[in-house]
Design a protein around this ligand. Structure first.
Ligand code: KG4
Ligand code: ZN
Length: 363
């Protein structure tokens, strides 16, 4: 039987990437089918933010406003489609830097209004969480390690819109730790890829860094102690000593990879207790682009007889296809939103999860 298809435009503006993509997939929610990316564009605002060593929200919002219409126009051209050939318009509606999110949401609503199409407000974290299903058949439930610039969480993905949080960071997000470490080492912005490059020439065994939370019960994370330890060593280094900086980058990266793997080990037990039929461990978010982390997760997945699924690096960091795909998954379940939907700076995936009892917790 030939299944009917739907085509969704997705818009991403929650941080420093202005991105759009058009994804096509089967209409039916029964059975399973992956999607196809028909067109995509991404404008990374690295040049705008580099001088500041990190994302400046006001500059990001203005850059989204400047670029988004061109990015969308080129995406439609790539796909060879017009507005009236789409079935829905999705945009990241939170969580994120609110100025940028408002630019994306307003644009999506305007397009939906003009095209008489449904508008789908996408949770950015849900977009990361569902992305593995765009390219591969990954049935629910699965265990998800969501590692990005703003988040570090372990969740069970039970279905579209259905998440059970097992753990979160009690201080910094893991991507933040990469970005701050890169800044300390003078490696530039964005930090994650810079650390990964520098680490290639480094000895990961040279510095013995703390592995916060390892050995403690539960699935929460902490990175502030590691960050402080890196700072203390970095300040003692000769700025000309490239070898020492590479060694510190490699030691940091290996420590993060081992820490993540150890916390994932705890989460696998909790996942298997609840869902003995669960088969997949999924990693998503920008930090999942890191090959040392992928390596550590591969090992733990094999040891636990789970299949590891990590989207290709370009779909790990923020992009439009993940938003279009999450929009498509929601649209085919009839989950659309009204034009009164307001952009949200915070939007936890599991609203029932008790806030962790520490200061500075990311939702
Ligand atoms: O998912 P993402 O693009 O944006 C957020 O939703 O936050 O993640 C961005 C984060 C940044 O902290 C960046 O340094 C990190 O992902 N990142 C990496 C790598 N590529 C991006 N971290 C480690 N290794 C990488 N190769
Ligand atoms: Zn993201």
């Amino acid at each position: 039987m030939v299944q009917q298809e739907i085509t969704v435009l997705g818009i991403e503006t929650s941080c420093d990437e202005t991105a759009a993509a058009i994804v096509r997939g089967a209409r039916g929610s029964d059975g399973y089918a992956t999607g196809t990316i028909l067109g995509q564009q991404i404008y990374a605002q690295f040049d705008e933010h580099r001088a500041f060593g990190g994302v400046v929200p006001e500059i990001a919002a203005r850059a989204h406003l400047d670029r988004l219409d061109t990015v969308i126009r080129h995406t439609l051209t790539d796909a060879g489609l017009r507005l009236d050939q789409l079935d829905g318009i999705a945009a990241t509606a939170g969580p994120g830097l609110i100025g940028g999110v408002m630019v994306g949401v307003s644009t999506a609503k305007a397009m939906a209004l003009v095209g008489k199409l449904p508008f789908i407000a996408v949770n950015h974290l849900e977009a990361h969480a569902l992305t593995p299903r765009l390219g591969e058949d990954v049935p629910f439930p699965y265990l998800l390690l969501l590692i990005s610039g703003g988040h570090c969480q372990l969740l069970i993905v039970e279905g579209v819109g259905r998440y059970r949080r097992l753990g979160t960071t009690i201080d910094d997000a893991v991507g933040e730790a990469f970005d701050k470490t890169a800044k300390l080492l003078g490696l530039g912005y964005p930090g994650g890829p810079a650390i990964e490059r520098a680490a290639l020439a480094g000895n990961p065994e040279r510095y013995d860094l703390p592995r916060p939370m390892v050995g403690r019960p539960g699935c929460d994370f902490s990175f502030s102690g590691l960050k402080t330890a890196v700072r203390v060593i970095a300040m003692s280094l000769d700025p000309e000593d490239d070898k020492a900086r590479a060694d510190l980058a490699a030691s940091f990266q290996q420590t993060v990879a081992r820490t993540l793997a150890s916390r994932v080990g705890q989460a696998i037990s909790a996942f298997k207790d609840r869902y003995p039929e669960g088969r997949a461990l999924v990693a998503a978010g920008g930090v999942a682009a890191n090959s040392a982390i992928r390596g550590a997760l591969t090992k733990i997945a094999i040891d636990s007889q789970l299949r590891l699924v990590v989207p290709p690096p370009k779909l790990c960091t923020d992009n439009g296809a993940m938003v279009a795909w999450a929009g498509l998954e929601r649209l085919r379940l009839g989950l659309t939103d009204g034009f009164d939907f307001a952009a949200r700076p915070r939007w936890p995936l599991d609203a029932t999860a008790a806030p962790a009892a520490y200061a500075g917790v990311k939702a």
